[in-house]
Ligand binder design. Structure first.
Ligand code: ZN
Length: 294
């Protein structure tokens, strides 16, 4: 077993020009953990420099390029190209810096705790939902407990536990990727759709694409916006749709779609601006291209 360290900046393979994003190491706990700079990788007394050689996963060759992994007070301080730089980094450690790093580590620790709790709650509720057959309860007999199921949105309308899990995972991926994109500094999300719908159409639904999200998550589309009229005609219920389906009560227009996506984001705490672009101006995403090739 091993652990993997992801670089902040990618290295380029000197042999094939491929991107090298990470290195496998055996110096830590060897529990298949993925580490990034500033992560806690070892005990607080651990101060050392680990030499490693970059391996290219594209041409499956050891590149011969040495790197130095610096660990100070158990924290992964950085990766350098030379031993001198590594030593300098280690020597620059001071109390103030350590406090700052621990401050960030605590934040990450809390994020992880929240994440863990959300998976645990999902599993508990999934079990309760199916063991108590909550899906059979008629609308007018729904108990307080039923209404308190936090993950109800993923359960109602799902045809099986597998579909409920898929909905949960998809939502998590979508929200995580939005966080990622925001942290990378992107503030405007370009969205578009492919189909032609006449403005003013009352019964409509449209798949909305956001290329970055689709690319990173492997989604075919990002959101679906659907009108109440269409929902009624299809005999579907709003509460049974997955979280990425947005229901609106207005005739079709670009503005309505734009507003719907913007609102979906803002009620979830995202401050993105949304920009509608024409399909011919979109770069497209891998999943979309693959689908077009079929
Ligand atoms: Zn290579």
């Amino acid at each position: 077993m091993f652990d993997t360290i992801y670089f902040d900046k990618n290295y380029v393979c000197p042999l094939c020009g491929g991107k090298i994003e990470s290195v496998q190491v055996k110096e830590f706990e060897n529990i298949l953990k993925k580490y990034r700079i500033k992560d806690c990788v070892a005990h607080a007394e651990d101060m050392r420099i680990v030499r490693n050689v970059l391996f290219c996963n594209k041409c499956l060759t050891s590149t011969g390029k040495k790197i130095y992994i610096v660990i100070g007070r158990g924290i992964l301080l950085g990766i350098t190209d030379t031993l001198d730089e590594a030593t300098k980094l280690l020597n620059e450690m001071n109390l103030e810096r350590i406090i700052l790093w621990y401050h960030e580590l605590y934040q990450r620790y809390m994020d992880e705790q929240r994440e863990k709790a959300s998976y645990r709650r999902f599993l508990d509720e999934l079990h309760e939902w199916y063991s108590k057959r909550f899906y059979e309860i008629p609308e007018d007999q729904k108990s307080r407990r039923f209404l308190c199921i936090w993950n109800r949105r993923h359960f109602e309308g799902a045809l099986s536990p597998v579909e409920a899990i898929e909905r949960f995972i998809t939502c998590k991926k979508l929200l995580e990727t939005l966080n990622e994109v925001w942290l990378e500094g992107k503030e405007i999300l370009e969205i578009y759709y492919e189909v032609e719908i006449t403005a003013g159409e009352e019964s409509w639904s449209v798949d909305i694409y956001q290329d970055d999200i689709n690319e990173r998550c492997g989604f075919n589309w990002t959101w679906k916006v659907i009108s109440k009229k269409k929902l009624k005609i299809d005999g579907e219920k709003e509460n049974e749709l997955p979280d990425w389906c947005i229901v609106v009560d207005e005739p079709f227009s670009d503005e309505v779609v734009h507003k719907a996506v913007h609102k979906w984001l803002s009620v979830r705490g995202y401050e993105f601006d949304v920009k509608m672009i024409a399909v011919e101006h979109a770069k497209g995403s891998e999943p979309l291209k693959e689908r077009a090739d079929l």
